[in-house]
Design a protein around this ligand. Structure first.
Ligand SMILES: C[S@@+](CC[C@H](N)C(=O)[O-])C[C@H]1O[C@@H](n2cnc3c(N)ncnc32)[C@H](O)[C@@H]1O
Length: 259
């Protein structure tokens, strides 16, 4: 089976269960990382906005964003996850099953004020598919609209692993079904379509949860632990002022599409 089909099957099966083998939500295994996404993306939403959330999963973050916008549509290729999302009663939201690679067949060009993508495109197995999907995100975004893009980035992954090794911790491997973006290629692409307004890296949270947390617990890391909650709060308050930008393998790019 091709990797693309294997990954799609993974998400179809994930949606059949409430939680995974570790008792975590498979679409957002690190709940405090998700809190950061919701907080920082939420800051860029406006009550007049028409919004698209690609790879919306079970719609839990779509639900959160719906309270800040005029109308929101969630799209995901996993039928089981879309069925879960449809069980939510969001008065200004709707969910449809569809592939990010075919957004241009589903929506008219220039349809949305904001397009959100949280850990969706990293599930595409090669860079060619990822950039086809990125073309689609810009296709459906209105000129002057914002892409709120929170995926996974190679530079920060290498950075956190250097810090882990310095502290006697093992190197983390990217799971088979994820392909992270090369930061320079990605930023080059963004600049060809618009302007990068901001990158909010989650380096402080990542350093706290992926280095300090295992050191404190002797490697017994729980993503839903209060230790991670504290680091998420510190990141939101920008308490460290240390940034740890070299560890930001996750974070939100805010990109304004050319008018
Ligand atoms: C890690 S989960 C993230 C879900 C959601 N964005 C969140 O933050 O909770 C990845 C989601 O992307 C969806 N996905 C992956 N590839 C996709 C594709 N080609 N088209 C549409 N959805 C896709 C999966 O089904 C899954 O729901």
């Amino acid at each position: 089976m091709e990797l693309y089909e294997k990954i799609k099957k993974f998400w179809q099966e994930a949606g059949l269960k409430e939680v995974d083998k570790d008792g975590l939500k498979s679409t957002a295994r690190d709940p405090y990382m998700q809190q950061l996404n919701e907080y920082f993306i939420g800051n860029y939403l406006d009550s007049n906005d028409q919004v698209l959330d690609v790879g919306c999963g079970d719609g839990s973050s779509t639900d959160f964003f719906s309270q800040r916008v005029n109308e929101i549509t969630g799209i995901d290729y996993s039928q089981s996850l879309i069925e879960r999302a449809l069980q939510r009663s969001i008065c200004n939201g709707n969910f449809i099953q569809g592939d990010v690679l075919e957004l241009d067949k589903v929506f008219e060009p220039n349809s949305f004020d904001r397009v959100i993508s949280i850990r969706c495109l990293i599930n595409l197995p090669d860079a060619k598919m990822q950039y086809r999907a990125l073309e689609n995100l810009f296709y459906v975004l209105k000129p002057g609209g914002l892409l709120l893009f929170s995926e996974g980035y190679k530079h920060g992954w290498d950075g956190i692993n250097i810090h882990r090794q310095r502290n006697g911790l093992s190197v983390m491997n990217v799971v088979e079904y994820n392909l992270f973006f090369d930061n320079l290629d990605l930023e080059g692409f963004f600049q060809s379509r618009g302007e990068v307004i901001e990158f909010v890296g989650f380096g402080e949270y990542i350093y706290g949860s992926r280095v300090i947390h295992p050191l404190l617990t002797n490697g017994n890391v729980q993503h839903d632990s209060h230790i991670n909650r504290v680091f998420a709060e510190l990141q939101i308050k920008n308490a460290f002022s240390l940034n740890f930008s070299e560890c930001s393998y996750a974070g939100v790019y805010v990109v304004k599409k050319d008018a």
